[in-house]
Unconditional design. Structure first.
Length: 347
C-alpha cells in the first residue's frame, strides 16, 4: 500500500483599493490605498534548515562547513565550551527575500539541577545576531530564539552562519534546529520538515515487547502525538511520542498483570504498511451519517489484531474506536469542535 500526500499550496494575497470619488474634501479622489503585502517575483529562497534530531542531520539548502568541539547527542548537537558549528545557505536574490527570519531551537544543559551557563553567540556573514546571549529557562526546556535579518545584510549566493558557545561555558549548549525563512513565507522550513514526516507515516519501533508498528491515517496530513490500544491477547498499551517520533514512552499491561513502563526506539520510517487495515468511514452529526475519508491503520505488537484504538495528533484532533463485526464504531473530534460519531466498514 503506497501512501501519498497532497502538496502544500502557498497562496499570497494581492489587494488594494480606491477612495470613492465622493470622498470628503481633502482626500484625493481615486487615490490608491497601500497594497496588501505579497511575495515579490523572482528567484525565491528554498526551504532552509538544519535539523539535528537525526543522525546525520536533515539539511535543506544548507551545507555544514565546520564543527568544532561539538558532537551529535541523541536528538541534538551538543556544543562544548568554545565549540561551534558553521554552515552556509543559498540566497538567490536578497531583494526577493526582503527580510529573513532566523530561528534557533536550543537550550543550555543544567548543572546538577541548577541553571546551566553556556552563552550563545550567533553571527551571519560576520555580523553578530546574538553576542553571548544567556538562553532563558536555565536548561528546563528547549527555547525558540528568533532574529530578524534585513536584506542588505544578506549576499547573493552563499551566506555563512556560525553558532558558538562561550569559552567560559560551564555546561553544554544543545542545538536542536536552525531555520531561515524569507519574508512572507512564514515557517516554510518547518512546514517542509513536517511534510517529510507526513510522507513517511509508517513507524516501526524496537521495544522490550517486540517490534511495534504504528500507522494511523485519516487523510488529514497529520503527525501522531499519542496512541493507545488493546489487542486480542488482552494486552493494553498507551504511548506518547517524543523527540519528533524518534522514540516513545508509555505503559503496557498484560492480562491479569500490573502496568509496566513501556519504551520504544524508532528503527524505520516508511511509506508502505503491509497488511494495513482499510476502512470506508462515515461521520455522524446533525442527526445523520455522512461519508468521510478512508481510514488506514496498522497498529500491532507481535501480530495481534486490535480490539480498540485511541489517538491524538499534534493539531489536537483525536479519535477513539472499538472494533467488531467487520468494522468499528467510535467518536472523533477535531480541535476546537465538539465530538461526532465515527464508524467504518472494511473496504
Amino acid at each position: 500500500m503506497d501512501i501519498s500526500t497532497d502538496k502544500y499550496r502557498a497562496e499570497t494575497a494581492e489587494g488594494g483599493g480606491r477612495v470613492p470619488s465622493g470622498a470628503p474634501r481633502g482626500y484625493q479622489a481615486d487615490a490608491k490605498l497601500p497594497p496588501v503585502p505579497r511575495r515579490r517575483p523572482g528567484n525565491q529562497m528554498a526551504p532552509t534548515y538544519a535539523d539535528f534530531g537525526t543522525e546525520p542531520p536533515r539539511l535543506g539548502n544548507v551545507e555544514i562547513t565546520g564543527v568544532h568541539r561539538a558532537s551529535a547527542a541523541d536528538d541534538h548537537l551538543a556544543i562544548n565550551a568554545g565549540g561551534s558549528v558553521e554552515f552556509e545557505f543559498d540566497v538567490p536574490d536578497p531583494a526577493v527575500v526582503r527580510e529573513a527570519c532566523v530561528t534557533l531551537v536550543a537550550l543550555v544543559s543544567m548543572l546538577a539541577g541548577e541553571p546551566g551557563y553556556a552563552p550563545l553567540t550567533v553571527t551571519l556573514n560576520g555580523r553578530p545576531l546574538a553576542d553571548e546571549l544567556r538562553i532563558p529557562n536555565g536548561g528546563g526546556l528547549p527555547q525558540r530564539l528568533v532574529f530578524a535579518v534585513p536584506a542588505e545584510e544578506l549576499v547573493p549566493g552563499w551566506n555563512t552562519m556560525r553558532i558558538a558557545s562561550g569559552v567560559d561555558a560551564r555546561s553544554m549548549l544543545w542545538l536542536y534546529r536552525v531555520t531561515v525563512d524569507p519574508m512572507y513565507a512564514h515557517d516554510q522550513a518547518g512546514l517542509t520538515l513536517v511534510r517529510q514526516a507526513i510522507a513517511e507515516p509508517v513507524l516501526r519501533y524496537a521495544s522490550d515487547a517486540g517490534e511495534i508498528v504504528i500507522f494511523v491515517d485519516r487523510g488529514e496530513q497529520s503527525v501522531l502525538e499519542q496512541v493507545a490500544w488493546a489487542d486480542t491477547s488482552g494486552a493494553e498499551y498507551a504511548i506518547t511520542f517524543e523527540k519528533r517520533q524518534r522514540a516513545f514512552y508509555g505503559w503496557r499491561r498484560q492480562p491479569g498483570g500490573e502496568p509496566m513502563e513501556f519504551r520504544g526506539r524508532l528503527t524505520e520510517r516508511g511509506t508502505v504498511a503491509e497488511g494495513a487495515w482499510r476502512f470506508e468511514t462515515e461521520e455522524g452529526w446533525a442527526g445523520g451519517w455522512h461519508r468521510s475519508n478512508e481510514l488506514l491503520l496498522a497498529v500491532e505488537v507481535r501480530g495481534c489484531p486490535l480490539t480498540r484504538l485511541a489517538w491524538r495528533d499534534l493539531r489536537g484532533n483525536n479519535g477513539t474506536i472499538a472494533f467488531g463485526g467487520g468494522g468499528f464504531l467510535g467518536t472523533y473530534q477535531r480541535v476546537g469542535e465538539g465530538p461526532i460519531g465515527y464508524r467504518g466498514r472494511f473496504a
